[in-house]
Design a protein. Structure first.
Length: 324
């Protein structure tokens, strides 16, 4: 296997890690991209790609277009994301239902380590940087306590959900899945993915076509959101790097409230698949938890998540994503 093939295999695996993170509300695929050292290349590739790729293809050929617009990297990454989402959507749904404390503890540790990693990229902690961090934390915390809405199961809402969620998915510290939860479309989108799997297994072509159409709409929304936001994000990192990193660090700090494993359920609803889903919940101490708090197992799970980020950092060679 050639060196380039090995490199793209690593990109595929990083895409799978991003996809796994994006399935779970509270965890950002952008954080994984940041830590694994591909964030700058991802943003610059998305920003560059456009209708010009077809002109290059027509004038210079397909291979020239692939090389000029770094499509092998983008294709490998998104293939990994898609593989992970399709394969892990049902698994994560099961794990969150069967082992909620352990799963949320794992991601709490993962995000806690991510805060330390991204925070280390900030060189000068000026008053503006500190204020930006606090502001990001407050905004993220407020978002975590907002009660999710109920989503209308109509075509344009899939488009809108994809557009908004993808912006969060590529931002370190902001979970696209959690934005879907706030929009009320998380269960709807996740259910559509599982509908594809069920339709293929049962040979229900009508359901398959309907589910694929909804996924296509969501994907188009993602593309629109990426193109709109990538230029702004690229400018922010190139011109306001310290402030941008501070805001992202604050977002991650504020999001820890959403990931806290022990919750007191205030209200629930029945989702589109007939299952009871939590609408509002308060973070509480494990000793006040109604049930087995599993404190030791939760600490171990959080430690594993924390250690995983350190491992990713070591594999990435402790590279800075955006050089000064």
């Amino acid at each position: 296997m050639s060196k380039s093939s090995v490199a793209y295999l690593y990109v595929l695996l990083k895409g799978m890690a991003m996809g796994a993170a994006d399935v779970v509300p509270g965890v950002s695929g952008g954080t994984i991209a940041f830590i694994s050292g591909i964030y700058q290349e991802l943003i610059e590739t998305i920003d560059k790609i456009g209708f010009g790729v077809f002109k290059t293809w027509k004038k210079k050929g397909f291979n020239a277009a692939v090389d000029e617009y770094n499509l092998k990297f983008l294709g490998s990454l998104f293939l990994g994301v898609i593989i992970s989402i399709l394969s892990l959507a049902r698994l994560f749904s099961f794990l969150l239902e069967a082992y909620p404390i352990l799963v949320w503890s794992f991601f709490f540790g993962l995000v806690l380590a991510s805060i330390l990693y991204i925070g280390k990229q900030i060189i000068k902690w000026t008053s503006a940087v500190i204020i930006s961090t606090l502001l990001g934390a407050v905004v993220a915390y407020i978002i975590t306590v907002v009660a999710p809405s109920e989503a209308p199961d109509v075509w344009y809402f899939y488009l809108l959900s994809g557009c908004i969620a993808i912006i969060a998915m590529i931002l370190p510290g902001i979970s696209g899945s959690f934005i879907l939860v706030l929009l009320g479309s998380y269960a709807m989108v996740l259910g559509t993915i599982t509908d594809v799997q069920d339709a293929m297994l049962k040979g229900n072509w009508e359901l398959l076509i309907e589910a694929l159409f909804k996924i296509l709409l969501f994907g188009i929304g993602c593309i629109i959101g990426l193109k709109i936001f990538s230029k702004a994000l690229k400018w922010m990192f190139e011109n306001k790097k310290e402030i941008t990193l501070a805001i992202l660090t604050g977002f991650m700090i504020g999001s820890l409230n959403k990931l806290w494993p022990w919750k007191e359920v205030l209200s629930t609803r029945i989702d589109s698949h007939g299952k009871e889903a939590i609408v509002e919940a308060n973070s509480i101490l494990p000793y006040n938890f109604d049930g087995d708090p599993q404190i030791v197992a939760a600490i171990i799970s959080a430690f594993i998540g924390f250690a995983l980020i350190l491992l990713l950092e070591r594999i990435a060679g402790k590279k800075k994503v955006y050089a000064d």
